[in-house]
Design a protein around this ligand. Sequence first.
Ligand code: ADP
Ligand code: MG
Length: 212
Amino acid sequence: MQALARRVELFNVTKTFGPVRALAGASWRFTEGRVTVVRGPNGSGKSTLLAIVGTLVRPTSGRVDHGALGGTRAEVRRTLGWLGHESLCYPDLTGSENIELAARLHGRDPGHALALAIERFDLGPFAKRPVRTYSRGQRQRIALARALVHGPRLLLLDEPTAGLDARATELLRGIVREEATRGAIVVLVTHDPGFAEAVGDETLSLDRGRTT
Ligand code: ADP
Ligand code: MG
């Protein structure tokens, strides 16, 4: 089974931005059905690593093998669920409209996607208001729902609990576990030790751009 499992593998990946060395030799294998928690201090390369796994940033050296997820960036991106530091929501659309639009862009039924998101994220009446009026946590819940509309095989979440209250964090814990059980490769960055412990199968620690 293991040999057939979908996976993403990094081989001695480095990334420099001008004089800054964001990644200095990162190697890891991310496997379907497992949640990898990425830990490390500010500036240790966590977001850069996530962006490289998601094909949004190219490594300076080293290799990334996406295996059965796809041989091209376009193929990988079609099955990528991404939550970065920006919510990627359209501020003048409502939360519901953002979710419906994301579903349409992925060729999914918008009504079904919205109903599922409302149920999973317990979205209240705020979903009918424009996103520009949202609190941080409300925006985060829409951004998470949006990242999941297409049942991605590769799910990358950068600090997904940012702004979430205890109840929403607990909902997210359950959702992340469901996504892994469904067979997604899940990689998430968090500074919340309780959440990391509750959700993670394995931990990747970064120290000044190196996997330790
Ligand atoms: P983390 O997510 O662990 O806090 P990052 O991966 O965002 O760290 O950044 C690692 C290092 O690379 C930091 O020193 C950061 O300032 C730098 N860096 C990240 N992205 C860029 C960029 N686009 N241009 C220049 N420097 C960058
Ligand atoms: Mg970061």
